[in-house]
Design a protein around this ligand. Structure first.
Ligand code: IPE
Ligand code: IPE
Ligand code: MG
Length: 246
């Protein structure tokens, strides 16, 4: 991995605190493609390629967990051709990138429902988790067939199956039943593509996250843009309900 990268004129020395857990809502692939007269799936391909660039910059800056929103439980409502294209793209990406990700110390996790994903792709996902389970440079958590409400429902179901007593239910216990159990809550959530909404992403975990949104479409969101978000993050005062003494 290359250590030096253009700063685009921003003062990256302002980045003293880096989010431990960064979540990204990778939006705008379709509009990026459309603006170039390309099919939407070409935008998704460019979007997948961009994950590598951003992941490498996260390693460079010291982020320990990167969660990327790749396919939501609501995305099944898209045209069948786009849905199958997105499924195919995940399979191909695992096939092509797993070796290198593993070599670079990336641990892959999956947040989302396995039901609904075709069995072959499920197998590829499970294999990627297994192969990379001992890596500790960075966690790449892929939110695929993910919905925050579905996650909460799944957690409640598991707690009931485990016959957890009502009095034993605490925020920490509940968090441990989520797909992200064991991962600290996100510190910063970035949304590309100009919208200002969560679209069902990490709705429980993001209770105290900082938000950052940019009109830049995901395939064009580069290292300089990510540093801009980190600089902005450094200017936020995270109070968690307290009054800070100056
Ligand atoms: C985000 O890009 C990727 C997925 C939801 C899979 P979009 O496909 O939503 O792109 P826009 O919002 O239509 O431009
Ligand atoms: C959110 O983007 C989901 C992902 C990035 C995977 P969408 O494009 O699906 O969100 P909406 O439909 O604009 O809320
Ligand atoms: Mg979108």
């Amino acid at each position: 991995m290359n250590d030096e990268v253009s700063t685009g004129g921003d003062d990256v020395s302002e980045i003293t605190a880096v989010p431990y857990h960064l979540g990204i809502i990778m939006d705008g692939n379709g509009r990026w493609a459309q603006a170039r007269g390309l099919p939407r799936i070409a935008g998704h391909q460019a979007g997948v390629d961009n994950i590598k660039r951003i992941l490498e910059h996260c390693v460079r800056r010291g982020v320990k967990v990167l969660t990327v929103y790749a396919f939501s439980t609501e995305n099944w409502k898209r045209p069948q051709e786009e849905v199958s294209g997105l499924m195919r793209l995940l399979g191909l990406t695992i096939q092509r990138q797993l070796k290198e990700l593993n070599k670079n110390g990336v641990r892959i996790l999956h947040s989302g429902r396995m039901e609904g994903i075709n069995p072959h792709l499920q197998k590829q996902i499970r294999n990627a988790l297994e192969v990379t389970k001992d890596n500790d440079r960075i966690v790449l958590n892929v939110a695929f067939n993910y919905g925050g409400r579905a996650e909460i429902i799944d957690a409640v179901r598991h707690m009931m199956q485990d016959r957890v007593e009502p009095d034993a239910v605490t925020e920490d216990l509940f968090s441990s039943y989520l797909y992200t159990g064991g991962i600290p809550d996100p510190d910063l959530i970035i949304r590309t593509g100009g919208e200002w909404r969560l679209s069902n992403f990490l709705i429980w975990q993001a209770a105290y996250a900082e938000y950052y949104t940019t009109p830049t479409y995901w395939p064009e969101f580069d290292e300089v843009e990510l540093d801009k978000a980190f600089i902005e993050y450094n200017h936020r005062e995270r109070r968690f309900g307290r009054v800070l003494q100056k």
